[in-house]
Design a protein around this ligand. Structure first.
Ligand code: HMH
Length: 219
């Protein structure tokens, strides 16, 4: 639409942090082809645990949506369908890399992120904050992995499937649909509520940076 986008304005206002989340040395090293494969495997294992938590988060967004604004229901339900597909993808990918998912334990930054996600399942948390948080979580991956398949990349062929999963035009469209929903729900929210959604937006960027750092660290 032509109306001002609150979420786009936040990306501009927090541009530096947004770049740190979406052009992190971890994903940039995928694009450069310099990534260490043990680092990639650590990320894959940890992200599988993240996605399992993310299922409950998306379910809570769907529930809030159904209670409030059923016109968004199909898009959020699409998110539920794609997370189901994503879990299968992780299992398949882990098998390819020889990772035993049953023996993976969450690292500190992952646990911190789980705690954050769980805080949204409370019924008093608004749909506006939940759906906007959902949008930025997906968008960080879309932008990060989209960059890995843009022109000039040297992404190793065995990592292209991962990059396409979140970097595809289809996933980008889905993120744009979520962004429209977020902007519309923010347009109807009181100013103090909008302020707290912006805080959640910034918190997601911090948590995403922490997640990449955790995946990159050699411990
Ligand atoms: C940490 N953030 C993290 N993992 C993901 N899979 C996504 C975002 C997007 O689905």
């Amino acid at each position: 639409g032509v109306e001002a986008s609150t979420t786009a304005a936040w990306i501009e206002r927090h541009r530096q942090m947004y770049e740190r989340a979406t052009r992190h040395p971890f994903t940039v090293s995928i694009r450069d082809g310099t990534i260490d494969l043990s680092t990639f495997k650590r990320w894959l294992s940890q992200d599988y645990l993240f996605v399992r938590e993310f299922v409950a988060f998306i379910a809570s967004v769907l529930l809030k949506c159904c209670k409030q604004d059923s016109s968004d229901m199909e898009i959020i339900l699409g998110g539920v369908a794609s997370i189901s597909d994503e879990l299968s993808w992780f299992k398949n990918e882990a098998a390819k890399w020889g990772i035993d998912l049953a023996s993976v334990s969450p690292l500190k930054s992952n646990i911190e992120y789980h705690r954050f996600l769980r805080s949204f399942t409370e019924p008093e948390i608004s749909y506006a904050v939940a759906v906007t948080t959902f949008w930025i979580i997906e968008t960080v991956y879309q932008d990060s992995f989209g960059f890995c398949i843009q022109e000039g990349n040297k992404t190793p062929p065995e990592l292209l499937g991962t990059c396409q999963r979140w970097g595809s035009a289809e996933f980008k469209k889905y993120c744009q649909s979520l962004q429209r929903i977020a902007d519309r729900s923010l347009a109807n929210a009181p100013a103090d509520a909008v302020k707290s959604v912006e805080e959640a937006f910034v918190r997601v960027l911090e948590l995403e940076i922490g997640f990449w750092e955790m995946s990159s660290s050699q411990s």
